[in-house]
Design a protein around this ligand. Structure first.
Ligand code: 26Q
Length: 828
């Protein structure tokens, strides 16, 4: 590694830069059919992107050739979400060409950073689950593992968030493909038919086969997105499916004079991949969502099967060459779909087919929240996918027989474990189907994996034994989340460690070498200067995009994530109000002794999530009052930054002094932004939940700020709220005081917020009344700690130093070794 890096420095830099400028100019004149002398930044960005794309395609081709020749076992990552963000900066960094492109672009009279800013985010995901998929792909290429992603090519990604003057969230569409997308390669020849509805007739020959016919047929067409690894030729593939009508449109209707009907059926085909569902951690039974799930799993499995068959191996060898990872339960229909293919099309017996299936699939669970567990009504499944419903009933029949054999007469256990939840209508429990149809099951952080085993899948642990259940703690790619978003810190780390970044970015535990320099005053000084510069970069962004002026000489306190009751943004805003009321009560002299800070929020609420939207409204209106209050605004300011995205996160995260990850204990499966902040030297304020726990284990409890009740307390506390409720004035006077300020209209019409405040006054499912006092105490500890800047910087350096575990390079290797049994296949 290190030697290769030094050798790379000896290349003929000027010649390479010349090649790059030639390629850019060539794309301006040919691909874009424009003149180089009156080109705007958007045109220049497109030409640069096309030039980079040429390099990616060459590497992509060599990678696919290598994988075909070596024919290693491959893994496929099925995810309905890939939250990729921008690609240009990431691509030139991974290719090791950033300096050359910067130089080449400069010679052409442009500024590279301005061009990077022209790119739209590919926002084909909601939050953590989709961004995890993107980080894992980056690491799969970097680790030279033969992994492909499969997803949907939504025409509209996650909605654009607007905030009205009253503080209401408004949603606008995200037509991200309007400026053509240079990062995808349409594959007009990679197409499959996918059927919906119709009839399934079981054959009478006793073979167990069935014939599924009629209904609607839709075409799936592939688009390939190259995924470059970091300083390797390996460039994996993300294959996204687009739905199209089967033959332009329905010619029969057309000829019969039913023009509108013909267009409508062609619209209904295109509708399948038109929009990403904007729900995160909630499930609901919409037919179009079910069609998305089947369309995508059917096309992906057909593609996987075609590639496998090209190898002329017996079908029984399928699991020796293929592993399929299910990203949550969204692709669970792949299980009955592979059964259908094997039985109805490949002539396999039920037992052989089930053996293949259960050695092929792996299931990752991302939540234990009951409202997020997917269930599909039996009548809906029967209507849309009649053959799959038959297969699911058959799987259940066999499974129930096995359970009955192991636990004779335990009818309650049978009811709990059944794939079918009784009720009207009956519902299919997708997590149960994913569990019994997979080789192994994992959660995404230690605590979460334990909760999976002791709560939602407890009976399945008793049935199968513990070895089927594991943990793969999430990670993040340090290329995007340190080198790309915080290049000055990355450079400081390299010079401090005396290790080139090309080495430690692929071997993140090397960061631990920073510990030897924690007491170096020179390092501390530069470390602090970089944090300061990153605050100024954020302030500049806010000035340009929102027209607000932000003080950069204060502590930056950030909470950015999807709005959700369990994530408790409400706790944070009520804490801000508490601080404001306290500041107001101080004399000007006393105020001057307090810690000054700016609090930032960003995040989207699902469009139908009323309480989450009300929380945004409260934040915006509190900000309006606090920021205008001349008594206090020097000491406390508050910002809600609209339209949170991957590229906004890249500006926010490097600027934080402290970030908040304050979910009710036991509710946040992992969290991944906690890792991003800490990697960038931001300290963590959080509950004992998800990956916060493992972060604290690594950096040491003295370097994090923990508060709140623990997971084992939660059940009892909820019970107390139900049956022994204590009036809030008695239980938590500080919180009662804050709620009264809101109700009383301090931030505009108090009545508006009653439904939000009532979730706390009545039931308080997320335990704000239990955790508020300890939260306020923790915030006070943060203030005290921050006043000692010298010690704070040391904590910051120690935090970065101990983040080695949280690279997706480690996570993808865990999957490769403990789950998929695949090995790397380097492209020479
Ligand atoms: C399901 C059915 C119908 C419509 C939508 C959905 C749906 C969509 C998205 C359900 C859940 C999601 C997203 C879940 C998610 O992002 N979970 C997060 O996953 C991260 C990666 O593992 C964890 O770090 C977070 O803790 C977890 O909340």
């Amino acid at each position: 590694g290190e030697e290769a890096v030094w050798k790379a420095g000896l290349r003929d830099v000027d010649a390479e830069e010349k090649t790059i400028t030639n390629s850019i100019v060539n794309h301006v004149q040919t691909s874009l059919a424009r003149q180089a002398y009156n080109l705007d930044n958007l045109g220049a960005y497109q030409a640069v992107a096309l030039s980079v794309r040429d390099d990616l395609i060459i590497n992509w081709n060599e990678t696919q050739l290598t994988y075909s020749r070596k024919a290693p076992k491959r893994a496929y990552y099925l995810s309905l979400e890939f939250l990729m963000g921008r690609s240009l900066d990431n691509s030139i960094l991974n290719l090791g060409l950033k300096d050359k492109y910067a130089g080449g672009v400069d010679k052409l009279g442009f500024n590279l950073e301005d061009l990077l800013d022209q790119e739209r985010d590919a926002a084909l995901g909601n939050g953590g689950l989709g961004r995890l998929a993107a980080c894992l792909l980056d690491s799969s290429s970097t680790q030279e593992l033969p992994v492909w992603g499969y997803g949907l090519r939504y025409k509209y990604g996650i909605f654009k968030q607007l905030i009205s003057p009253e503080g209401q969230q408004l949603e606008a569409p995200d037509p991200w493909l309007d400026h053509q997308n240079p990062w995808e390669l349409p594959r007009l020849d990679v197409i499959y038919d996918v059927r919906f509805y119709g009839e399934a007739k079981r054959s009478s020959d006793g073979s167990g086969r069935a014939e599924w016919s009629g209904g609607q047929e839709v075409v799936a067409q592939a688009y390939d997105v190259p995924i470059p690894g970091y300083h390797t030729k390996n460039t994996n593939n993300l294959r996204l499916w687009e739905s199209k009508p089967k033959s332009g449109f329905d010619l029969n209707s057309f000829n019969a004079g039913n023009y509108e009907g013909a267009i409508e059926s062609s619209n209904s085909a295109a509708a399948i991949t038109s929009v990403l569902y904007p729900n995160d951690n909630t499930s609901f039974g919409k037919e179009l969502r079910l069609k998305q799930q089947y369309f995508w799993t059917a096309a992906s499995l057909a593609d996987i099967m075609r590639r496998f068959k090209n190898q002329d191996k017996p079908i029984s060898a399928f699991p020796e060459f293929i592993a399929v990872q299910l990203n949550d339960t969204h692709p669970t229909l792949a299980i009955p779909e592979l059964m259908r293919i094997l039985i109805d099309e490949e002539d396999q017996t039920w037992d052989k087919a089930w053996d293949i299936v259960t050695n092929t699939f792996f299931y990752t669970n991302h939540t234990v929240l009951p409202e997020a567990l997917e269930k599909w009504p039996v009548p809906l499944l029967q209507h849309v996918l009649p053959r799959h419903m038959q297969i699911i009933f058959d799987i259940n029949l066999f499974f129930m027989g096995q359970v009955e054999k192991k636990f004779p007469g335990d009818r309650e256990r049978l009811a709990r474990m059944s794939l079918i939840e009784e009720g009207s209508p009956q519902q299919v429990r997708m997590a149960h189907l994913a569990c019994i149809g997979s080789r192994r099951v994992n959660g995404v952080a230690e605590l979460h994996s334990d909760l999976v085993k002791t709560t939602i899948l407890k009976d399945f642990v008793e049935f199968y034994g513990i070895s089927r259940f594991g943990n793969v703690t999430n990670g993040i790619t340090p290329r995007r989340w340190l080198d790309q978003c915080n290049p000055t810190l990355s450079a400081l780390i390299s010079s401090t460690l005396k290790i080139p970044k090309e080495v430690w970015l692929k071997d993140l535990p090397k960061l631990e070498g920073l510990l030897a320099h924690v007491d170096d005053p020179e390092l501390a000084k530069t470390w602090a200067e970089i944090k300061q510069a990153n605050k100024e970069r954020l302030a500049h962004w806010v000035q340009v995009n929102l027209g607000l002026k932000i003080n950069t000489n204060v502590m930056y306190d950030i909470q950015i994530k999807r709005l959700h009751e369990y994530k408790r943004q409400t706790l944070n805003i009520l804490g801000v109000i508490h601080r404001y009321l306290q500041l107001k009560a101080l004399t000007p002299e006393e105020r001057k002794k307090t810690n000054r800070k700016a609090v930032f929020f960003a995040g989207k609420a699902a469009p139908g999530y009323y309480i989450a939207k009300l929380t945004i409204r409260l934040i915006v209106n509190v900000a309006r009052i606090i920021n205008a209050d001349k008594d206090t605004n020097e000491f406390l300011s508050l910002y809600f930054l609209p339209d949170y995205s991957v590229s906004l996160a890249e500006v926010l995260i490097p600027s934080s002094d402290i970030s908040q990850h304050i979910s009710t204990a036991g509710t946040e499966a992992s969290g991944t932004s906690n890792m991003k902040f800490c990697l960038n030297g931001g300290l963590l304020l959080g509950t004992v939940d998800g990956a916060n726990i493992e972060i604290a284990e690594e950096v040491g409890e003295s370097n994090v700020f923990f508060f709140g009740h623990l997971t084992p307390d939660v059940e009892d506390l909820r019970y107390q709220h139900q049956y022994h409720a204590i009036p809030i004035e008695e239980k938590c006077p500080a919180l009662a005081n804050v709620l009264n300020a809101v109700s009383g209209g301090l931030f505009g019409d108090g009545g508006v917020y009653e439904p939000l405040l009532n979730t706390i006054r009545q039931g308080d499912h997320y335990l704000l009344t239990d955790d508020f006092d300890s939260y306020i105490q923790a915030l006070a500890m943060v203030d005290v700690a921050y006043l000692d800047q010298k010690e704070w910087i040391k904590k910051s350096i120690r935090t970065t130093a101990k983040m080695g575990k949280f690279s997706t390079d480690r996570a993808i290797q865990d999957y490769a070794q403990e789950y998929w049994n695949i090995e790397s296949a380097k492209v020479e």
